[in-house]
Design a protein around this ligand. Structure first.
Ligand code: FO1
Length: 338
């Protein structure tokens, strides 16, 4: 059983953790693991250079969450983290002071930065880091090439043009997300380098040879959307022989976590489980998904989604713990079988 999942950061990682728990029960390997093979295609649009270090927030969040090193209260970075280097850097007055650079996390960034400088690809570096963390999945970056999400906003300094209109500037996604908490209305997103980015080795194979493809409840715009923007990936999903099922990141009209509503607003998509399904569109209508899971509070929109050509079920979608998430994963497998 080969499963391929596209994943962003916290929501996607938590879902995959539940998926692995379910698979250990459904396809046991006799040692508590699973004979199923899960490949995670990770979003690298959030990647950023900070103090000379290459940081891959979504890859690290998947790796730490599945490898048992994640900070449970933050959802990102390491458990038991300290921020001594960060405060020392702030004492020197160097920017960005808004980025949460953890001391333990710095070791990951140093290994990655040195390896990239030595000529290894991000795919190779990610595999090397995963040799320590053993996430239980094959973690692939969506691309080894630069594809960096920037956000077009009104200049926070309030600068205006000669007609008194707010100047617009592009800031790095991380600055928008962390420093401004996505509170600055985004006019648009620009993924720098996306036009010449190629799928990382193994990505298209993982899509073409999957038995099941899953869109976990990650941010549909800046995580799943960014992965689908890498030339070649969207058509691979559309043409895949495997069924594609998505899990709604929106429950009862708001994101379960994060600020997907600010992102959806920027692309003119309503913040609802039905609107996101329509955004992904049915594969029979040239889109990406065959099935869609919504939470029970959104049961009344199941028929609207079915009318789009997407099969739909309402099941509990709150990832309160691994067991609850494993049930969601079981529902995914059940839905595509049905
Ligand atoms: N998120 C925050 O809200 N504040 C931070 O200071 C922060 C630092 C950070 C450092 C490393 C890393 O891997 C992730 C980090 N994140 C932080 C999370 C990150 O910004 C988001 O999880 C993703 O980029 C969006 O999914």
């Amino acid at each position: 059983m080969r499963i391929t999942a596209l994943a962003g950061g916290i929501g996607g990682s938590r879902f995959i953790r539940g998926l692995l728990a379910h698979l250990a029960g459904a396809y046991p390997d006799g040692e508590g693991g699973t004979t199923a093979e899960v490949t995670v295609i990770g979003n690298t649009g959030d990647d950023i250079w900070v103090h000379g270090l290459r940081i891959c927030p979504d890859l690290d969040t998947v790796m730490y969450t599945l490898g048992g090193g994640i900070s449970t209260e933050r959802g990102w970075g390491r458990e038991g983290e300290t921020f001594t280097a960060k405060s020392e850097l702030a004492s020197y007055g160097v920017e960005p002071t808004w980025f949460g650079l953890g001391d333990k996390d710095i070791a990951t960034h140093l290994v990655r930065t040195q390896s990239l400088a030595a000529g290894y690809s991000l795919t190779e570096v990610t595999a090397a880091l995963c040799a320590r963390w053993k996430p239980g999945v094959i973690l692939l970056p969506m691309s080894d090439d630069r594809a960096e999400t920037h956000v077009v906003v009104d200049d926070p300094s309030g600068a205006t043009d000669d007609k008194g209109r707010p100047m617009q500037i592009a800031i790095h996604f991380q600055e928008w997300w962390i420093r401004y908490r996505a509170a600055l209305p985004a006019h648009s997103f620009a993924i720098i380098g996306i036009d010449t980015a190629k799928p990382a080795p193994g990505v298209l194979d993982a899509i073409e040879n999957a038995d099941l493809i899953i869109f976990p409840p990650s941010n549909p715009v800046v995580s799943i959307g960014t992965i689908l923007s890498v030339p070649g990936i969207a058509e691979a999903i559309r043409g895949a022989t495997a069924p594609v099922i998505g899990v709604s990141p929106i429950v009862g009209g708001s994101p379960v976590r994060g600020m997907a509503d600010s992102c959806l607003q920027a692309i003119g998509v309503a913040t609802s489980a039905a609107a996101v399904a329509a955004h992904y569109r049915a594969r029979t209508a040239g889109g990406f998904i065959d099935a869609w899971l919504v939470d029970e509070v959104d049961a009344e929109i199941v028929d609207d989604v079915v009318a789009l050509g997407i099969s739909c079920r309402a099941v509990p979608l709150m990832m309160t713990d691994v067991a609850a998430t494993a049930k969601m994963a079981a529902e995914c497998m059940q839905a595509v079988r049905a």
